[in-house]
Design a protein around this ligand. Structure first.
Ligand code: G3P
Ligand code: CA
Length: 362
């Protein structure tokens, strides 16, 4: 059995994970910078979020609300992020793309008809284009201004999740996501961080709609410019991260899919604080069948000095290994026992409950 067969998200990657088979892009980009200097006082950061904390010293792994609490509410809406915070998330995770007029908004990919009502509101804007070598027909964020995007409402992507909130929630800008994190941090008396991902950054730069500069400008406006800031920036695209490394001290995370087990981690360490990996990079099926064993990747990451965050934890049986059917907390605790520092989850409440009541303390 191939390890991927334990985790159906890898099989249905087109539906769930836009960059599951992504290759690292190390080609140099001719990138230019126009990043504003940090003008604002640094926000307080809790000990568990401190960038200079030893890699495995946090009392428990960070809970990262993946696209918000997207198991309950349409992904990448303020309501999904807000629910994730209420459920105990340490970080909220916006994927970022650009509008036609250069505003960063939270969507998983540039194609927006899969997660919004754009087809109903702008029926004539359907088009066919080639995006990163793939021909696609639909509606695309780069063809819409922010004013137009603000007229849209989000809808659930996955057919087996609730549609009760379809048509109710707007598409947020990155600035609005940051503002939410700050407001809830003040309300709760604990720091809620942001964990933005640059999506299709090379494609957007080719359209003269780069993601990195507005992202850094927004973080600078927030006063989040150092390794102590409650921010991780993630990408599958190494060139995007290398560019960011040259312009910010905020911690960077290299995302790795299951075809990337052999990446040079010493190279990654040159620019990244850590790696964000799919589960199968850390655990594989034993030759005899239904048990899982460590791949050794985590130890290699440790040796390179990299933190390790894992994606994506989901409650539905579809996403669980046969030995974990009906018991998402069992899977969570298995990765906690490995010693990872962060868990991307669609269900922050399940993850927090597992961490607090089920997983043995290290
Ligand atoms: O961002 C971490 C991981 O979830 C990457 O996958 O496709 O959900 O952005 P995706
Ligand atoms: Ca993501």
């Amino acid at each position: 059995m191939h390890p991927a067969s334990l985790y159906p998200e890898r099989v249905s990657s087109g539906l769930l994970c836009g960059r599951c088979a992504v290759g690292l892009i190390f080609a140099a980009l001719a990138l230019s910078a126009c990043v504003t200097a940090a003008p604002v006082q640094e926000a307080p950061v809790s000990a568990s979020l401190a960038g200079d904390a030893p890699l495995a010293s946090a009392q428990r792994p960070l809970i990262i609300a993946h696209r918000g609490a997207s198991g309950y509410v349409p992904e990448h809406t303020l309501e999904a992020y807000d629910l994730g915070i209420s459920q105990g998330a340490d970080f909220i995770e916006p994927d970022l793309v650009s509008t036609q007029d250069g505003h960063l908004v939270a969507r998983h990919e540039n194609r927006i008809d899969l997660t919004t009502d754009v087809a109903q509101r702008f029926p004539l804007r359907k088009t066919t284009k080639t995006v990163e070598g793939k021909v696609e027909t639909g509606w695309f964020i780069e063809d819409f201004t922010l004013a137009e995007i603000r007229t849209l409402r989000a809808k659930e992507r996955l057919p087996f999740r609730s549609r009760a909130f379809d048509g109710k929630f707007a598409i947020p800008t990155f600035g609005e996501v940051v503002a939410l994190a700050k407001r809830r941090s003040a309300e709760l008396g604990r720091t809620v961080g942001v964990y933005p991902e640059t999506k299709q950054p090379t494609y957007f730069r080719s359209l003269a709609l780069p993601l990195e500069e507005p992202l850094l400008n927004e973080l600078a406006t927030a006063g989040w410019t150092t390794e102590q800031s409650p921010v991780f920036i993630q990408s599958f695209d190494a060139a995007s991260l290398r560019f960011l490394k040259s312009r910010t001290r905020v911690r960077l995370i290299q995302l790795l899919g299951d075809s990337q087990a052999d990446v040079s981690l010493s190279d990654v360490k040159q620019y990244a604080f850590g790696v964000g990996v799919t589960k199968t990079l850390l655990l594989r099926v034993t030759q005899k069948g239904q048990k899982l064993e460590p791949t050794g990747f985590l130890e290699r990451a440790r040796a390179a000095g990299l933190a390790v965050h894992v994606w994506t934890f989901r409650n539905e049986s579809l996403f669980l290994a046969p030995l974990d059917q009906g018991k998402p907390e069992q899977e969570i605790c298995r990765f906690v026992a490995l010693g990872v520092e962060g868990l991307f989850t669609d269900f922050p409440d399940t993850t927090l409950q597992a961490l607090e009541t089920r997983c043995g303390r290290k």
